[in-house]
Design a protein around this ligand. Structure first.
Ligand code: AP5
Length: 218
């Protein structure tokens, strides 16, 4: 049975890490607007050129741009078996647009899993993050290292520091999260979809907790 799920949480909460693990466990795609936008920046496409300025200063890319990306992505065949949305929606406008899209498609959401992590832990996670330049898999200099230093386990790509992972940009991203994305907790609570959990602990323990949360809720 298809499972459609949102992973919600601040920058550094572990959305990307957990979405990749869950995607492998359940055989459904991870759809990350951040990954799609970074790929567009790397490819130098018009979308990438438009998005780069917003991303580098820790601001959100305009709603209509990311809503268009998601509309196109959800129309692709692999989305029929379900998906994990990572980093979308991030504003109430985006959430309302997603609701309208899913209503029109007759494919409602099953879960919104919100992962909570203290701010200082977020900053530590992000400042030590290294990301694969090819497949975007995240690693960490203290908490999650690859088998060979500087090389992605999954695809052999080089591990790099993201341009928006400098401390002052991270603080800005956290403040944008509080102002523009946190209201989604109440939005999805009101819709009866919200499951909240603590995101601190070992990566495998968090993964098991996510499985419990979504299994108990169905
Ligand atoms: P995006 O790529 O979505 O970034 P983000 O939400 O800021 O989230 P992060 O990727 O920083 O963190 P994460 O929660 O995925 O954590 P991760 O698993 O990597 O967005 C980037 C930018 O794109 C935005 O600022 C915006 O400009 C634009 N954008 C994207 N979507 C948009 C939208 N919908 N609307 C408008 N603009 C949009 O983990 C972090 C680190 O911690 C890693 O090093 C990892 O190894 C480590 N780690 C993970 N779990 C643990 C653990 N349990 N213990 C210790 N370390 C851990």
């Amino acid at each position: 049975m298809a499972m459609r799920l949102i992973l919600l949480g601040p920058p550094g909460a572990g959305k990307g890490t957990q979405a990749k693990l869950l995607s492998a466990r359940r055989g459904i795609p991870q759809i990350s607007t951040g990954d799609i936008l970074r790929q567009a920046v790397a490819d130098g496409t018009p979308l990438g050129k438009e998005a780069k300025g917003y991303m580098d200063r820790g601001a959100l890319v305009p709603d209509e741009v990311v809503i268009g990306l998601i509309r196109e992505r959800l129309g692709q065949p692999d989305s029929a078996k379900g998906y994990i949305l990572d980093g979308f929606p991030r504003t109430v406008v985006q959430a309302q647009a997603l609701d309208a899209m899913l209503r029109a498609m007759g494919t409602p959401l099953h879960h919104v899993v919100a992962v909570h992590v203290e701010e200082e832990a977020l900053v530590e996670r992000i400042s030590g993050r290294r990301t694969c330049g090819q497949c975007q898999r995240p690693y960490h200099v203290r908490f999650h290292f690859p088998k060979t230093e500087g090389v992605c386990d999954a695809c052999g790509g080089a591990l790099l520091q993201r341009d928006d992972d400098r401390e002052e940009t991270v603080r800005r991203r956290l403040s944008v999260y509080r102002q523009q994305t946190e209201p989604l907790l109440a939005y999805y609570k009101g819709a009866g979809l919200l499951k909240e959990m603590a995101g601190e602990g070992k990566i495998e323990e968090i993964a098991a907790q996510i499985d419990r949360v979504i299994s108990n809720a169905r």
